[in-house]
Structure formats: C-alpha cells, structure tokens
Design a protein around this ligand. Structure first.
Ligand code: GRF
Length: 201
C-alpha cells in the first residue's frame, strides 16, 4: 500500500477533494494507495476536523513551538517519515520549506498554487491577477523544488476573470478547478510509474 501524506494549514478543501477521490471505487480498483495522514501547522485548521471525521490519522504540529524553521521541519519530517510516503502533498500548507526539507522528499513532493505559474508566485495571486487586468486566471499543480512555486508544472486549470470579479469570487472559481486537477494529477502519478520519480515505490 502506497501512503500519501497531506500537509495543510487551513480549510483543507483540496485535501478533502483528494480524500474523496481516494474513497471512490474507481480509485480503489486501480490503486493500492491511501491517505495515510493529514498534518496541519494550525490547530484550528478546518481540514483537521474533516480528516478526523474520516478517521484519517491527523496531527497538529505548531511551527511556533520551535525555535527555528529547521527545528520545526525536523519534527515535521519525523512525523511524515513514520508513514514512508510515496507522495507528500502540500495542500494549502502555508509554510516556506527549506531546501533540505524539499530535497528529503525530492521527486515525491507536490504543491498546488492558485495562479497560472510562472505568473504570480507567492501570495495574493487573485488580486494581483485582477489588478494586472489579466483575462484568465487559474491554478497549477507542480513538483516542489527549492525555489518557491518554481518546480516542474504537472497540470494547470484555466478560468476566465470576469469584469465584476473580486478576489473572493475569483478565488472560489479557481478553487473548484483545483479540486478537479489535484486528485487527477495524483491519480496519474500513481498510475504511471514511468512518470514518477525514483523515490515513488
Ligand atoms: C488553495 O487555493 C491553494 O491553491 C492554495 O491555498 C488554498 C488552500 O485551500 N495553496 P484549501 O485549504 O485546500 O481549501
């Protein structure tokens, strides 16, 4: 059984979409893979409650309780590695990761970013796209590299930006697409060994 560990910081709707995909008959008949754990750096992350309801091992690791980013990551890695994940999935995990952390999971760590990368790395992507008078926005699933939001692009979804869009309406439109592309990418990585990095067993 391949384990997938998901890191979140908030609502966890992408995580929930992946969990739901993993519960389908289609998934179960094709893959021997499970969502082994959900880890949040925020105690009040709504996603943690959802994961608990689904009886998925859920863990809160408070980054503020550690003196340094490295100390937090050491603890995080220790917990993640308990599950020996084939895939480590960042889903709204709002901590910048050190190159050492990223290289520990090289080839098996993914992220979803709410813009059409390489445009609008970082935060406030929707407002920035509106301010730039972009006609389209979207989301990108990418491999995680040591440079922020810069790893290999695996999938993108495009939505129109409408004249009366606000940051919130655009974010909601993009999010519905995120929920489709993230599970799809994960399924295709599980299905296609050839496209997977060496560390995905
Ligand atoms: C998503 O828009 C994702 O692209 C970004 O943070 C948001 C997380 O949403 N990285 P959720 O926690 O999955 O609902």
């Amino acid at each position: 059984m391949k384990n997938i560990v998901i890191l979140i910081s908030g609502g966890g709707s992408n995580m929930a979409a992946i969990v739901k995909a993993a519960q389908t008959q289609n998934w179960k008949s094709q893959f021997s893979a499970q969502i082994a754990a959900v880890i949040s750096n925020k105690a009040d992350a709504a996603g943690l409650a959802f994961a608990k309801e689904q009886s998925i091992p859920s863990l809160f690791i408070d980054h503020k309780a550690y003196a340094s980013r490295e100390a937090f990551e050491t603890q995080l890695m220790q917990q993640i590695d308990t599950y020996q994940p084939a895939l480590l999935v960042l889903a709204g995990f709002m901590r910048i990761l050190t190159p050492a952390f990223v290289s520990n999971y090289e080839g098996r760590i993914l992220n979803i970013h709410p813009s059409l990368l390489p445009a609008f790395t970082g935060l406030h992507t929707h407002q920035r796209a509106i301010d730039a008078a972009c006609k389209f926005a979207g989301a990108t699933v990418h491999r995680v590299s040591s440079e922020l939001d810069a790893g290999t692009i695996l999938a993108q979804a495009v939505v129109p930006i409408l004249p009366d869009d606000t940051e919130q309406t655009l974010a909601a439109r993009v999010l519905t697409q995120e929920h489709l592309i993230y599970p799809k990418v994960i399924a295709s990585l599980l299905a296609t060994k050839a496209t997977m990095a060496t560390s995905v067993k």
